[in-house]
Each structure stands twice: as C-alpha cells, then as structure tokens.
Design a binder for this molecule. Structure first.
Ligand code: MG
Length: 143
C-alpha cells in the first residue's frame, strides 16, 4: 500500500513505535507529537493521505485538529485513536468527517486494515473528482 500516513499523538513512545511498525509494512510515515505540529506538517506536505489522530492531547484537542484538517485538506482521511474515557469524542469526530475511530491500544492488523480502507476511500474520491473535471472540460469543448 503506497499510502502516506501522518501520526499525531502526544505519547512520543507510542508514536515512535507505531511509526516504525507501519514503516516496516511499507507505509511512508510522518509523525507529530501534538496538534499544532500536526497541522504544520500537513500545511507543508500535501502528499499525506491518511492521518491517525489521538483524541486526547494537551493544547489543541483531537477534535480541534480534526476540524482544522477537514477545513483545510478535505480529501485527507482521518482515523481517530481514543481511550475508553473519550470514545464519545471520537464518535463526535465522525460527525465532523473522521473516517472512523479505534480504541487504544490498537491491534496492528486492525489499524492497517482501517488505514487501507481510508486510503481506498481517498483514492476513489480523487478519481471521481478527476473524472468530473475531465467531463466538464469535454462539455466546454462541445460549446
Ligand atoms: Mg494522548
């Protein structure tokens, strides 16, 4: 899977371990240890496909970060990571455009599966937009 991933989580050890594991599976992984840092990474790197986003972080919350991502990069898919205590927030996140959520600690295979689904959705979405654009150009030629 050629997906490019951004992990945003304030638990540095968790982020680094996940990044290493996902990297071994062939994903290109960027990391950020907080919401503001994550938003800055996305602003610079337009190749990110899927963000794996912690709900509970000091400073900007996961929901704040999600809203910002969806406003500025609507095609980027976001998977929320949450503990039991903040499941409600993660579900709330889905109303604001998160692709899905997962409970921590997450099973590697399950996370990979969700990332693959989110990546697929983004690819399909982008293809549709390209097709719509091509159709539009053809219509204009016919004028
Ligand atoms: Mg956290």
């Amino acid at each position: 899977m050629p997906a490019r991933i951004l992990l945003i989580d304030d638990e540095q050890g968790f982020v680094d371990t996940m990044a290493k594991r996902l990297g071994k599976r062939g994903l290109t992984v960027s990391v950020a240890y907080g919401g503001e840092e994550g938003i800055a990474v996305l602003a610079k790197d337009h190749s990110i496909d899927v963000v794996v986003l912690d709900v509970k972080m000091p400073g900007l919350s996961g929901i704040d970060v999600l809203k910002s991502i969806k406003a500025d990069h609507p095609l980027v898919e976001v998977i929320m990571l949450t503990g039991h205590a903040t499941v409600e927030s993660a579900i709330e996140g889905m109303k604001f455009g998160a692709f899905d959520y997962m409970l921590k600690p997450c099973e590697m295979e399950e996370l990979l599966q969700k990332i693959a689904e989110a990546y697929d959705k983004k690819q399909t979405h982008e293809t549709k937009i390209l097709e719509a654009r091509a159709r539009h150009i053809e219509l204009r030629r016919g004028d």
